[in-house]
Design a protein around this ligand. Structure first.
Ligand SMILES: NC(=O)c1ccc[n+]([C@@H]2O[C@H](COP(=O)([O-])OP(=O)(O)OC[C@H]3O[C@@H](n4cnc5c(N)ncnc54)[C@H](OP(=O)(O)O)[C@@H]3O)[C@@H](O)[C@H]2O)c1
Length: 238
């Protein structure tokens, strides 16, 4: 097994429920964490739990290329390249087409897809220089299967899935591994603003979703888990 101890790992969405649970688990395994999110107070709270010093906390709006660039410059002053990037930032805009606005579409695309594009533009080149690394993103099951009400969310997550699979082709001559995590419903703050009847008590717990991602982080470099699917037992969409 590759060890997590001493690995430099960036978690985006670290102020969110899955990101926070991941930070706790990876910290327990001895990772050197870099935490990103928008809410500085929540990030500071997570950092305090995981003994992450202030210089490794990066409040940033990942929709904006300039914010990601600034974050990357700060990160690369601390380490020449990251070992692992886990993109756990995202937003759930889920409602029927007649209620959707153009602004919803823009926000969904920018948060769920453009953010990852910006991250790859800034963080992949140093990884390519070192020839190795692991990139994990979370399209979720709605990145490969449709759901009523999820049109703009699924559009962004399908885009993410297509983008990352194509980038993977470009990385074939490197040892940079890419893992996609197709999660079903996770009982997180993601659902707080979604007006839809769901059974949150039957969803995956954020800690269990995080454990699956933790598992990806310690895979031996001789192989790669290219896709991992984890769904609630009572709602298996794929
Ligand atoms: N929960 C589910 O059922 C589920 C299922 C499948 C896939 N996923 C995916 O899993 C990932 C994590 O979701 P979660 O369940 O942990 O949700 P969450 O608790 O709502 O966390 C979302 C995270 O994304 C961050 N974020 C949102 N917009 C951002 C922006 N513009 N710039 C930077 N960060 C931003 C939030 O930061 P702030 O709070 O600081 O703004 C927060 O840290 C998302 O990509 C989501 O699409 C979730």
């Amino acid at each position: 097994m590759d060890k997590i101890k001493g690995k430099h790992i960036l978690i985006t969405g670290a102020s969110g429920d899955i990101g926070r649970a991941l930070a706790v688990q990876l910290h327990s395994s001895g990772a050197i964490l870099y935490l990103s999110g928008r809410d500085s107070q929540r990030l500071t709270d997570v950092a305090a739990t995981c003994a992450v010093p202030p210089e490794r906390i990066f409040p940033a709006d990942l929709r904006l290329s300039g914010s990601v660039k600034t974050m990357a410059e700060k990160v690369h002053k601390l380490t020449p390249q990251l070992d692992i990037i886990i993109h756990a930032a995202g937003i759930g805009i889920i409602k029927p087409l007649e209620q959707l606005t153009e602004e919803d579409l823009r926000t969904s695309m920018e948060t769920n897809f453009y953010s990852f594009f910006h991250l790859m533009k800034e963080f992949l080149p140093p990884m390519k220089n070192s020839g190795k690394g692991l990139v994990i993103n979370i399209p979720g099951v709605l990145g490969k299967t449709p759901m009523a009400g999820a049109s703009v969310y699924a559009a962004a997550k399908y885009a993410l899935n297509g983008f990352i699979k194509s980038v993977r082709e470009e990385l074939k001559r490197t040892e940079i591994r890419i893992s996609e995590v197709f999660l079903g419903g996770v009982d997180s703050a993601f659902w707080d603003t979604i007006d839809m009847r769901v059974q949150r008590d039957k969803m995956i717990k954020p800690e269990d979703a995080a454990r699956a991602i933790w598992y990806l982080c310690q895979q031996p470099s001789s192989g790669v888990v290219s896709e991992l699917v984890l769904q609630p037992f009572n709602h298996q969409a794929i």
